[in-house]
Ligand binder design. Structure first.
Ligand code: FEO
Ligand code: CA
Ligand code: CA
Ligand code: CA
Length: 591
């Protein structure tokens, strides 16, 4: 993996980094700098981060916790202005807050640390480092108190009504925002993932069970401060139904109301990534990150309008409000060819504004998408394929192929659970794999595809790993989570889970997809102790890579911190924190 220059960035791969190293490791000739950290002031008037005296009011104006999906959207033709858009997936109260903090204020502060941030960036010239603008005009914090409009066919449904919102059309906030995608019309999509963990619920109905709702998983105890987190009460029975959506925000307009798109279905959305089909309709690919759950796609009814101007923009902002929803079935062609591959079908769940699933209304398909998918049947009489935790499912805009990261599945093949199949070939899959999907005829709106596993991850010395047929040395890689592509269409993979599977820190990896070195994996960076690698954003033409370092030192406590990234201070004080701060980082070439 070392000793050779790869990709447009021309770097020499790093060796794997042991899982006790609390350092961000970059290749020789590169350096890194934080752009923005948890607690940094974002809005005008926001106070400096004061770790010993945090408050909900301060946090609602500061950068949130656990940065996950990140994009750097360049907004001027000189390349000197950009918007950083970032998800804040979840909070880790035991390392964030001093034990002396008022418990109610700590809960409210956690609500403010969730959501998303939009932050203006500037730099003196192309290729230089970005700095963020405190109080920038477009800066925005979206939290668990920001109103969202519900749109699409399930808006207003009785399944979405609560005492607080009898219309079923306005939801307070977004949460557990994991991955996402930036659309061709400049908005950002974000997936509401493990929403169940915030609710107390009966957990007795088949719907609540299928979404992991129970009386015991709300370890944060939020219902003590706001009754909407207690779904056992008739008043808020439907509050969990108001999360688990793809949300869309317009980072160019800080006054715009963000939207929850019911047409795209409700599950533990990892994210959504859009490509414009040849006929102009837009297609979003999506994963449901749960063991034995599915891969989906959404095809818009209307066509993308590429013309400049506000009329086209207003049209495009409605594209994800109406369309057809499909779930993927993967069929293997057998292992006689020694390759994990085959064909597949997109099984319709909704089409033309109608339910395509027996026994489900349109609203039920969209609100209880997992159960509808369980009941859906393809043309071969079989249902969709239970995958090994599909995370990012993202089209490569250079080749049109789609790449799905199946991160791992410790239950595959266990007694009472689904066994292996050609698309999920390993029992107790601890390392994950990458599915490459090719739509038949290149038609993203179509019903048929072919597929293969381009990577079966792990330590390359381990039996059962596969690196696209490449037989030279490759870097160990495990638990693929986020994927990205550079300007040449090379694949980049960010991982989450290598400390437990391989005893190495998580990292960012480059993968060749074509030519004789297809499947060659080279490690670009490693994140500090107990962190996962998020983002990533590859601006190879600009000589930059961005990663969001999420949950460094996640297993520590306030008194026993496991990471001090990125400031490495040993004594908390005004603006300084003797513990880890999730941080968005820019990696640049030296000189
Ligand atoms: Fe939040 Fe599926 O990772
Ligand atoms: Ca085969
Ligand atoms: Ca993820
Ligand atoms: Ca993750």
């Amino acid at each position: 993996h070392a000793g050779r220059r790869v990709s447009g960035l021309s770097f020499i791969g790093i060796a794997p980094v042991a899982d006790d190293v609390d350092r961000l490791t970059v290749p020789g000739g590169f350096t890194y700098a934080p752009i923005i950290r948890w607690g940094d002031p974002v809005l005008k008037g926001a106070p400096m981060f004061d770790p010993e005296h945090q408050s909900a009011e301060a946090q609602s104006m500061q950068f949130g916790y656990n940065n996950d999906y990140t994009d750097i959207i360049v907004t001027d033709k000189h390349g000197k202005k950009a918007l950083l858009v970032c998800n804040h997936e979840y909070t880790n109260e035991s390392i964030m807050f001093p034990p002396t903090m008022d418990p109610t204020e700590a809960i409210r502060t956690a609500w403010a640390a969730h959501g998303m941030s939009v932050v203006e960036l500037t730099r003196p010239a192309r290729g230089e480092r970005w700095t963020y603008r405190r109080g920038g005009r477009l800066n925005r914090r979206i939290t668990l108190d920001t109103p969202f409009a519900v749109d699409g066919p399930a808006a207003g449904s009785p399944l979405l009504r609560t005492k607080e919102d009898p219309t079923g059309r306005t939801v307070r906030g977004t949460m557990n925002n994991c991955s996402g995608g930036t659309t061709p019309w400049g908005t950002v999509l974000s997936g509401e993932e493990n929403f169940n963990q915030y609710f107390k619920a009966e957990g007795t109905s088949k719907q609540e069970k299928r979404y992991g709702l129970s009386p015991t998983q709300d370890t944060r105890g939020w219902s003590k401060v706001d009754p909407r987190w207690d779904a056992r009460s008739a008043d808020f029975r439907n509050e969990p139904n108001r999360f688990g959506w793809i949300v869309e925000i317009d980072p160019m307009d800080p006054t715009s109301t963000p939207v929850k798109h019911t047409a795209m279905g409700r599950f533990k959305h990892e994210g959504a990534n859009v490509i414009v089909a040849d006929d102009g309709r837009v297609v979003a690919y999506m994963g449901d990150d749960e063991r034995f759950d599915y891969i989906y796609k959404f095809v818009s009814r209307r066509r993308y309008d590429a013309r400049p101007g506000n009329a086209a923009r207003q049209h495009n902002l409605r594209l994800l409000s109406e369309g057809d929803l499909y779930v993927a079935q993967f069929t293997g062609d057998g292992m006689e060819d020694k390759v994990n591959d085959g064909s597949g079908e997109w099984i319709a769940l909704t089409q033309g504004g109608r339910s395509m699933v027996n026994g489900f209304t349109l609203e039920e398909v969209l609100v209880y998408t997992r159960l509808a998918a369980d009941a859906a049947v393809g043309s071969n009489g079989k249902g969709p394929t239970k995958m090994d935790r599909p995370e990012d499912v993202q089209p490569n805009l250079v080749t049109g192929r789609i790449y799905a990261a199946c991160t791992n599945n410790s239950d595959r093949g266990k007694e009472g659970k689904a066994g292996t199949d050609e698309a999920n070939p390993r029992p107790l899959n601890k390392d994950g794999h990458i599915v490459e999907i090719t739509e038949v005829g290149g038609d993203h709106t179509g019903r048929r595809f072919t597929w293969d596993l381009v990577l079966i991850c792990g330590d390359p010395k381990t039996a059962g790993t596969y690196f696209g047929g490449y037989t030279g040395p490759v870097a160990p890689i495990s638990c693929p989570d986020n994927v990205a592509f550079d300007s040449r269409g090379d694949l980049w993979i960010a991982t989450d889970g290598m400390p437990s599977s391989l005893k190495y820190n998580d990292g960012l990896f480059h993968v060749e997809l074509g030519g004789p070195e297809r499947g060659r994996v080279t490690q670009f960076l490693a994140v500090p102790a107990e962190a996962e690698t998020c983002g990533p954003v590859i601006h190879d033409r600009d000589g930059s890579v961005f990663v969001a370092v999420q949950h460094p030192g996640e297993d520590g406590t306030w008194a026993d911190q496991h990471s001090f990234f990125p400031d490495y201070v040993k004594q908390s004080g005004r603006g300084r924190f003797a513990g880890p701060r999730p941080t968005v980082v820019q990696v640049t070439r030296i000189g």
